[in-house]
Each structure stands twice: as C-alpha cells, then as structure tokens.
Design a protein around this ligand. Structure first.
Ligand code: AP5
Ligand code: MG
Length: 217
C-alpha cells in the first residue's frame, strides 16, 4: 500500500506510523526524521534544515522534495510506503503526484489524523524522543519509558525536541493551518482522504486506521 499520513504537529503521526508500517510491512518514511538524522550527523543538508525547523517553518521545497524522492527510490519502498510529514504543502503534493505518475503508480489512501488543538499541545509538551533515532517516541505521562530518560528500544538518551518549545509549537501550528491543511482538500478531490479520530489510546487509533484501510481485525 502507498499511504500518506497528515495531521497537525503532535497528532501522533510518528507514533501511528511505527505500528502501521509494521502491520502493513512497508517502510515508514518521515521527512522530519530524515532531517533530524542529517542534523545529528552534521551533513550540509542538516545544517541547512536546522534553522528552518528551529523556527517552526517548512524547509524549502527544493531541498525537501529531492530528499523525499531519493528516499522513495530506495528498494524497500518499491512495494509500498507510509509517508509521514510529506507532502506538507500543495507544491509538494503536486511533485509527489508527478513522481508517482512517472512510475505508473498511485496513492491508495491519505489518513488525516484529527486531534483537538488542546490535546496536541499536551502531547507535544510531554513528548520525549531518542537521541539515537528520532522515530523512537515516548511521552512523560501517556507513554512512559520503562526507565526514565532511556529509550526502551535502543537504550539511547531521551530528550525534548528543539522545536517542541512553546513559541515554536505555536508557529508550527500556524504553518500547518496555512500550508498543510490545503492538501487535505487537494486529496479529497482525488477521493483519497479518510479522517481518523485520533483521540484515545494509541492501539485504538491504530485499529481505526487499519479498519479504514480495509485491514481491520
Ligand atoms: P515533523 O518531525 O514531521 O513534525 P510535525 O509534523 O510537527 O509532527 P510531530 O513529529 O511533531 O508530531 P507527530 O504527529 O509525529 O506526533 P508523535 O507521534 O510524535 O517535522 C518537524 C519539522 O521538520 C517541520 O516543522 C519542518 O521544519 C521540517 N519538515 C518536515 N517535513 C517537512 C516537509 N515535508 N516540508 C518542509 N519541512 C518539513 O506524538 C506526539 C506525542 O504524543 C508523543 O509523545 C506520543 O507519545 C504522544 N501520543 C501519540 N499518540 C498518542 C495517543 N493516542 N494518546 C496519548 N499520547 C499520544
Ligand atoms: Mg513526527
């Protein structure tokens, strides 16, 4: 399956993507995680992306679209993928459509995770991620690691993301409403959007998503 996950910052895209990718046996491709890996490795791409991310702005399309397409070219994505955080504006959505059309393939679904803004703020405030792999996500209250400050998956140190501070979160939410929400209508026109109520336990949201994809238990 070829799936796009959308939803505001903190909606639980990364959390859900980890389970859905495992259940569906497709790679989880997060442009945010790709940028953070580049930042921690100190690559020129990471240096370029960091200032935009820290300010809560989108990294320019020229950089992002190329990076996403390079990742989609890798062999593990040939049979399907779960995109998390890409596309994030109309230009990226059109670029993805062009890329897929060029390959003779198409998206199967766009899952729109719907969470009220006050819940998103709580989820972000308590989020802790792993320094070794930012796809390992915890929450100080809702999803505690077994040992405080230590990643259950790989033993890495848990920390608060640089862009999870209040001002930046406000900016990211603004950017989501102005730049990213329009892609939901764009995909509604293609009859691809399924809205997933994303309040509730993580596994309940996963179940709703699997059912929406026709893969429910
Ligand atoms: P990115 O990393 O994609 O951040 P985001 O979209 O703001 O989303 P988040 O990762 O903050 O939230 P999430 O929905 O993944 O929530 P999570 O599962 O962690 O992007 C960061 C930056 O990179 C952007 O601002 C931009 O600068 C740049 N960027 C990335 N892609 C780009 C692109 N395409 N174009 C341009 N720039 C780009 O969950 C949040 C917390 O809630 C966790 O603590 C989790 O444990 C908890 N939680 C999850 N589900 C539940 C639940 N059901 N109940 C209780 N708690 C829950
Ligand atoms: Mg995420």
């Amino acid at each position: 399956m070829r799936i796009v996950l959308v939803g505001p910052p903190g909606a639980g895209k990364g959390t859900q993507a980890a389970y859905l990718a495992k259940n569906l046996q497709i790679p989880h491709i997060s442009t945010g995680d790709l940028f953070r890996a580049n930042i921690s490795q100190g690559t020129p791409l990471g240096v370029q992306a960091k200032s935009y991310m820290d300010a809560g702005n989108l990294v320019p399309d020229e950089v992002t679209i190329g990076m996403a397409e390079d990742r989609l070219e890798q062999s593990d994505a040939a049979g399907g993928f779960l995109l998390d955080g890409f596309p994030r504006n109309l230009k990226q959505a059109e670029a993805l459509d062009g890329y897929l059309k060029g390959k003779g393939i198409a998206l199967d679904a766009v899952l729109d995770l719907e969470v009220p803004e006050d819940e998103v703020v709580k989820r972000i405030a308590g989020r802790r991620i792993c320094r070794k792999n930012s796809a390992h996500v915890f929450h100080a209250e809702y999803s505690k690691p077994k040992t405080e400050g230590v990643c259950d998956v790989c033993g890495g140190e848990l920390y608060q993301r640089d862009d999870d501070h209040e001002d930046t979160v406000r900016k990211r939410l603004e950017v989501y409403h102005s730049e990213t929400e329009p892609i939901i209508d764009y995909y509604k026109d293609q009859e691809l959007v399924v809205t997933i109520p994303a309040l509730g336990k993580v596994d309940e949201v996963t179940q709703r998503s699997m059912t929406a994809l026709g893969r429910g238990a």
